[in-house]
Design a binder for this molecule. Structure first.
Ligand SMILES: C[S@@+](CC[C@H](N)C(=O)[O-])C[C@H]1O[C@@H](n2cnc3c(N)ncnc32)[C@H](O)[C@@H]1O
Length: 306
């Protein structure tokens, strides 16, 4: 079998393959072309559905992904001393961060909200019809060569798509490798493509309380915050056990005393969130709010001791 991808905007708007079995890769290079379209939000969600960052974490996200959970969290926060600073990590294109920011500011108008992601932008090299998308560390994420879109991180199965692998081998050998070499020699420039959604960028420009940036959960936080939120990112498929030990230590040190960690995971918009609120107390975390089965890393969090 051979699998083509979605390489043009009109193919994306007319995409009839939206069934899980034969879902096509959509090139991330179409992301900024959706920005001004009426149905741009849905198209952007579709583009991010199968795209992953260089660590193999999916960038998928949905508008109003956890409304009920967010409202329950706000209700809980209102019972506690008002927070001043908030760090929302792993926000992908930021739409869920913006959803939550809107709720936070109406409850706590003084809040300083920072929304970050590991890969908030990608870099695109272009030569003729070929487009090579790189991460901020220079790793190849995607190769577009119409009619193909090769996801280099989440690769198609070799058993089902041997021809795709063969074609990719030749494209890399004859075109990609030389383009990368020229880029490394400074002979070709890459174009930065921000992955934050337009309304998210716009909010950051018009409201000083809402800021965007880059942060890697594997690295220490710059300064301790009152609340850290990490939704659909603290999943066992994204971090090894050793990495989780580091991530949890960073979260602990990234919170002020009595600070709160909001963590949880769900599927599509509106599905139940397995999560909770965990408070930094003394030398560990204690749970102050539960949703569903609790966060996927709950046992690690509650067993953590400094
Ligand atoms: C599935 S998306 C979740 C997006 C959003 N929080 C939501 O719930 O819809 C996971 C996001 O976590 C980010 N991520 C993965 N590893 C990370 C890390 N080490 N530090 C920060 N973000 C990370 C990915 O780049 C991706 O954007």
């Amino acid at each position: 079998m051979i699998k083509t991808g979605i390489t043009k905007l009109n193919q994306l708007s007319n995409d009839k393959t939206f069934c899980r079995k034969e879902l096509k890769n959509v090139s991330i290079t179409l992301y900024d072309q959706t920005l001004h379209l009426v149905d741009g939000d849905q198209l952007a969600e579709r583009i991010l559905l199968l795209f992953s960052d260089e660590r193999g974490a999916y960038k998928r996200t949905y508008q109003k992904r956890f409304e009920a959970f967010d409202l329950a969290v706000i209700k809980m926060l209102k019972k506690l001393p008002p927070p001043q600073t908030f760090h929302d990590c792993g926000v992908s294109d930021g739409r869920t961060g913006l959803d939550f920011f809107e709720k936070m500011v109406s409850a706590f108008p003084e809040i300083q909200y920072f929304a970050s992601d590991y890969n908030p932008s990608v870099f695109v090299l272009e030569k003729g019809k070929l487009k090579v998308t790189l991460s901020h560390t220079g790793k190849i994420l995607e190769i577009l060569f119409p009619p193909f879109v090769f996801n280099k991180i989440k690769r198609d199965s070799f058993r089902h798509y041997p021809l795709n692998h063969l074609i990719l081998f030749f494209i890399e050998k004859f075109w990609v490798n030389s383009l990368i070499k020229k880029y490394q020699q400074g002979l070709v420039k890459a174009k930065e493509q921000l992955l934050f959604a337009p309304k998210v960028l716009q909010k950051a420009q018009t409201d000083k309380r809402f800021q965007l940036g880059q942060h890697d959960l594997l690295q220490p936080f710059k300064e301790p915050d009152c609340i850290i939120r990490a939704m659909n990112v603290l999943n066992p498929s994204y971090f090894s056990e050793t990495e989780f030990a580091q991530v949890i230590r960073n979260l602990y040190e990234g919170l002020r005393e009595n600070g709160l960690l909001i963590a949880g995971s769900n599927q599509e918009a509106g599905t139940i969130v397995n999560g909770g609120i965990y408070q930094k107390k003394g030398n560990g975390f204690s749970k102050v709010f539960n949703s569903g089965e609790g966060a996927p890393i709950e046992s690690l969090l509650l067993n953590f001791k400094i």
